[in-house]
Write a protein that binds this ligand. Sequence first.
Ligand SMILES: [Zn+2]
Length: 80
Amino acid sequence: MERCEAGDPGSENQRKVFYWCLHCERAHSAEAWDRNDGGCPYPGCDGSAWDRWPWRRLRAVNGYSRVPELGAYYPLYPDK
Ligand SMILES: [Zn+2]
């Protein structure tokens, strides 16, 4: 297992949990979802707590990076 040095600004994100939204197909931190009462935090998106996937589930499908870029568009099935 790789580990980041303590104090590395990236290490905090490495430990965070992310959820991906089935509606807007964007990833946000679990905290952001929680702050929005479990709904998708992306502006204008109507995704609910039922529409979110753990980021690692999405990664298992298409091999995205360990830490998503927050708010970036990640299609479920990217063009090969
Ligand atoms: Zn959404």
